[in-house]
Write a protein that binds this ligand. Structure first.
Ligand code: OSB
Ligand code: MG
Length: 371
């Protein structure tokens, strides 16, 4: 496939409700949508980096810089067989995983559309529905959180993850267990603790949580290994595993028993599938994490989650959990069995609605073969 044109767009989408984590609160989502034209097909990908460098150094502006200065120019005018060939063309650039992932996704989508197969099939997916889960941010009060969680349980979400931080942890989990004794529940600290606060993590071990996600620092595999030895609840890593190499180190050290695989955090679908395959061969369960993506990134996440070792509920919720109006049609919806269906159409299996994309676009740049 000859990559004749790449378009990079910054898009601004209002969230249905603010999303607060241990590192801050977001009211709207700035994201980057890239499109790649090749052999008459157009493929889409998304770079859902955050507005601030509190989850990752890679912010929307940093990704924009990497995409427009180095990555899109490195890909425009190149010949590829498909998504599989993209990492090698971008490898000279170190880091900027979220920016790289968006371009690779767009090429995968174009390839799958050209072959008229669902992206899921191209990746080795085996499921036609993937298990949904909802990630609930920090709220104004515990009563408010109970209301919000109750609403999602009512809507049929089969697993709830709540964000925690020091001062919003044990009392919150205790109350949730009183109100919802049976629901599959987990917590995500986004690295808000360190080993000196391990008493909190050990106390969380009493609540039958499915897992505790990323309690300690993003670059700390050793202390995660230490705490995992002291508790029964599986530790799940997110920020600490940005690559296959990091996953290998984490498994060897015993830093976790579950891996959150985020396409954008690991730099694309090729790396995500490699991590999936390694975890499958090691008997380590995985699930697909999210970054409040629009329907473009969500479609990619759904396709990935259809692979066999994604055996735990994913951070993939319905479009209306995030946005009043998604930029794709049809929007993703929650089935009555708590799953989200894998689209059957070619590529992502959903269509970007041009007027909505245009309306949400803040800035854009075009790169063509031959400059
Ligand atoms: O840590 O998993 C995280 C959103 C943005 C950045 C980091 C995280 C998250 C979420 C939301 O938890 C997951 C979703 O997209 O539903
Ligand atoms: Mg996380």
């Amino acid at each position: 496939m000859f990559i004749s044109k790449i378009e990079v767009r910054e898009v601004k989408m209002e969230l249905t409700s603010p999303f607060e984590t241990s590192f801050g609160r977001e009211h709207e989502k700035r994201t980057i949508i890239v499109s790649v034209e090749a052999d008459g097909e157009v493929g889409y990908g998304e770079c859902p980096a955050g507005d601030t460098p509190f989850y990752s150094y890679e912010t929307t502006d940093i990704s924009w810089y990497a995409l427009t200065r180095y990555l899109a120019p490195a890909l425009a005018g190149r010949e590829v067989k498909g998504g599989m060939d993209v990492p090698a063309l971008l490898r000279r650039v170190r880091g900027y995983n979220m920016a790289k992932a968006a371009l690779e996704e767009a090429v995968w989508d174009a390839q799958a559309r050209r072959e008229n197969v669902p992206l899921s099939r191209l990746l080795g997916g085996v499921k036609d529905r993937v298990e949904s889960g909802v990630s609930v941010g920090i709220q104004e009060s515990i009563d408010e959180l109970v209301k919000v969680v109750g609403r999602y349980v009512e809507e049929g979400y089969p697993r709830v993850k709540v964000k925690i931080k020091p001062s919003w942890d044990l009392t919150v989990v205790h109350r949730l267990r009183v109100e919802f004794p049976e629901i599959p529940l987990m917590v995500d600290a986004n690295g808000a603790y360190d080993i000196s606060q391990k008493a909190v993590i050990k106390a969380l071990d009493r609540y039958g949580l499915m897992m505790i996600e990323q309690p300690f620092g993003y670059d700390d595999l050793v202390d995660h290994a230490a705490i995992q030895k002291e508790i029964r609840t599986p530790i799940c890593l997110d920020e600490s595993v940005p690559s296959l190499g990091a996953v290998r180190a984490a498994l060897k050290l015993g830093s976790c028993r579950v891996i959150n695989v985020k396409v954008s955090r690991v730099g694309g679908l090729c790396e995500a599938v490699r991590i999936h395959d390694l975890c499958m061969s090691e008997g380590v369960p995985t699930w697909v994490g999210g970054m409040l993506e629009t329907g473009v990134g969500r479609a990619v996440n759904v396709a990935l989650a259809s692979l066999p070792n994604f055996t735990l509920p994913n951070d993939i919720s319905a479009s209306n959990r995030y946005y009043h109006e998604d930029i794709v049609e049809p929007p993703f919806e929650l089935n009555s069995d708590g799953t989200i269906s894998v689209p059957r159409g070619g590529g992502l299996g959903v269509e970007v609605v041009w007027e909505r994309l245009e309306r949400a676009t803040v800035r854009s740049r075009v790169f063509k073969a031959g400059g």
